[in-house]
Ligand binder design. Structure first.
Ligand code: FCB
Length: 439
C-alpha cells in the first residue's frame, strides 16, 4: 500500500466516522434529529433504514477503539451528535451524552490516539429543524452555543476541532437536490443554507476562540468536474458546478467573497445584507480538511440554473457508482494550497471507497479498496513533494456504517460490520494498512 517511513515523522494517519452513522441514536437519551425524520419518510432510505442502532458503537466503543489501535493509527476523526448533547438543540443537557463523549476521548488518549472532533456531521436536532434549521439565521448562534457546551467538557483533551463537515452537503445536497435531510428542493432555502452554513462556521470559530480553544478548522468536500466536451456550453456548465460545489465555500472562508457566477445566480435568494457577514465567515482558522472521493463529468442541460447534468464517465467505479480518479485529490490539494489556504496545514479528512464486501471463512477480500487507498495516498504524496503542507490523511471509514440515503448497503469500512449480529471483522485492507503503518 505504502510505507510509513516514506512520510515525514510527524505525519498523522487516521480513520474517520460520524456519530449518526455508527453510534445508535436510539440509545443514551439522545434527542430526535432531522435524519430520523428523513429516514422515517417513505422512499428516502432503502428499507426505511436509519441510524437508530447503526453499529451500536454506543455500547461497543471500547472494542472499536481497540480496532483503531490495532491498525496502528495515530488519530481518530469522529463527530459528536448535537442532539445527544442537547436533545432539543438548546436548553437542557443530556448528561449521559456528555459522559459518553468524555469516555470516548479518554479511551482514545489511553490508547495514545489523537482525538479529532467534528462538531456537526449532519444530524440537526429536530426541534431546531422545526424552526427552519439551516434556513434560519439563528443557526449560527445555536451551533456556537452547543459547541461551547461540548468543548467546555472536552476541549482540554481534543487534538483538533472541525466546525462542520462538508458545507456543500449540508446546504446544496440537502436543500437543492433533496438527497439528504431535510430533503428540500428549493432554491431560496439553498441560498440561505449555503450562506448560513458559512456564517455558523465563522461564528463558532469566534466563540470557541473566545473560550480559549485553538486548533479549529473547517472540512469541505470536493468533486473534480470535467466537461463532457469542449463545447462552450459544457465548459460553462462545468465552471458553474465547480463554483457552487468547490469554490463557493473556499472563497467565503479564505477570501471573504463569493464567486461572481454564484452571486449572479443566487444573489436574489441570499439573506439581506449578506455581505456584512463575510468578515465573520472568514474568521482565521488553524487547519483545513479536504474530503475527496471522485470526479464528475458535466454537460449542459436546458432549463433553469444551474442548467447542467451529470454524464456517466468511463473509469472504473466503486459500489457508489463513483469513478475512481486519484488525480482529483492531487488537484484539490494543489488548488487549496495554491489559490486559497496558502501555508495553512492541510489534512485529507476523508478518502475511501465503498465495495460490496462479504465475509468468507472469517476474512474479507477487499483488494479494490487496497488499490484505491494506495493510489490516492500516492496522489497525496505527490502534492506533498510539490510543496503542499499536507500533515495527515484519514480513511473513510473505520467500519461499515449507515451510509445516509443509501442505508447499510454501501460498505466503506476497513472493518466489516454484520448488521444482524453487529460482529466486526477486519478486512484485508485493515491488515494491509496495519502492515503499511508498521513499515
Ligand atoms: C461523505 C460524508 C461521510 C460519508 C462519506 C462516504 O460525504 O462526510 O459521512 O457518507 O461521504
Amino acid at each position: 500500500m505504502f510505507k510509513r517511513s516514506d512520510f515525514p515523522r510527524d505525519f498523522t494517519f487516521g480513520a474517520a466516522t460520524a456519530a449518526y452513522q455508527i453510534e445508535g441514536h436510539a440509545f443514551g437519551g439522545a434527542g430526535r434529529t432531522h435524519w430520523d425524520d428523513f429516514a422515517a419518510t417513505p422512499g428516502n432510505v432503502p428499507r426505511g433504514e436509519s441510524g437508530a442502532i447503526a453499529c451500536d458503537h454506543y455500547h461497543r466503543m471500547e472494542e472499536d477503539l481497540d480496532l483503531l489501535k490495532g491498525a496502528g493509527l495515530d488519530a481518530y476523526r469522529f463527530s459528536a451528535s448535537w442532539a445527544r448533547v442537547l436533545p432539543d438543540g438548546r436548553g437542557a443537557i443530556n448528561a449521559q451524552g456528555l459522559d459518553f463523549y468524555d469516555r470516548l476521548v479518554d479511551g482514545l488518549l489511553e490508547r495514545d490516539i489523537k482525538p479529532m472532533l467534528t462538531l456537526y456531521h449532519w444530524e440537526m436536532p429536530s426541534a431546531l429543524a422545526d424552526l427552519g434549521g439551516w434556513r434560519n439565521r439563528d443557526v449560527a448562534s445555536w451551533l456556537a452555543d452547543y459547541a461551547c457546551i461540548l468543548m467546555d467538557r472536552l476541549g482540554d483533551r481534543i487534538w483538533k476541532t472541525a466546525t462542520i463537515n462538508e458545507f456543500w452537503c449540508v446546504s446544496f445536497l440537502s436543500h437543492f437536490l433533496g438527497h439528504h435531510a431535510p430533503g428540500l428542493r428549493d432554491i431560496r432555502a439553498t441560498a440561505r443554507a449555503m450562506h448560513h452554513v458559512l456564517l455558523a462556521h465563522g461564528t463558532t470559530v469566534q466563540a470557541l476562540r473566545a473560550a480559549g480553544i485553538d486548533q479549529i478548522g473547517a472540512v469541505c468536500n470536493f468533486t473534480y468536474p470535467q466537461p463532457a466536451s469542449e463545447a462552450a456550453e459544457d465548459v460553462e456548465a462545468t465552471a458553474t458546478f465547480d463554483d457552487y460545489y468547490n469554490n463557493f465555500f473556499l472563497s467565503g472562508i479564505f477570501r471573504r467573497e463569493y464567486p461572481r457566477r454564484i452571486v449572479k445566480a443566487l444573489g436574489p435568494h441570499f439573506p439581506d445584507a449578506w455581505q456584512q457577514d463575510l468578515e465573520v465567515i472568514g474568521a482565521p482558522i488553524d487547519w483545513f480538511g479536504v474530503n475527496y472521493y471522485t470526479r464528475e463529468i458535466i454537460g449542459h442541460a436546458p432549463g433553469p440554473w444551474p442548467a447542467l447534468r451529470s454524464v456517466e464517465g468511463p473509469l472504473p467505479k466503486t459500489q457508489m457508482g463513483w469513478e475512481i480518479h486519484p488525480e482529483g485529490l492531487h488537484h484539490f490539494l494543489r488548488r487549496c494550497h495554491d489559490d486559497f489556504s496558502g501555508d495553512l496545514p492541510l489534512y485529507v479528512t476523508e478518502n475511501g471507497m465503498a465495495s460490496a464486501d462479504t465475509v468468507a471463512g472469517g476474512a474479507v477480500d477487499d483488494a479494490a479498496r487496497i488499490d484505491y487507498l494506495r493510489r490516492h495516498i500516492a496522489a497525496a504524496r505527490q502534492a506533498m513533494a510539490e510543496g503542499v503542507p499536507l500533515e495527515g490523511y484519514f480513511i473513510w471509514s473505520l467500519m461499515d456504517n449507515f451510509e445516509w440515503a443509501f442505508g447499510f448497503e454501501k460498505r466503506f469500512g476497513l472493518v466489516h460490520v454484520d448488521f444482524d449480529t453487529l460482529e466486526r471483522t477486519p478486512k484485508a485492507s485493515y491488515h494491509a494498512l496495519k502492515a503499511a503503518l508498521a513499515g
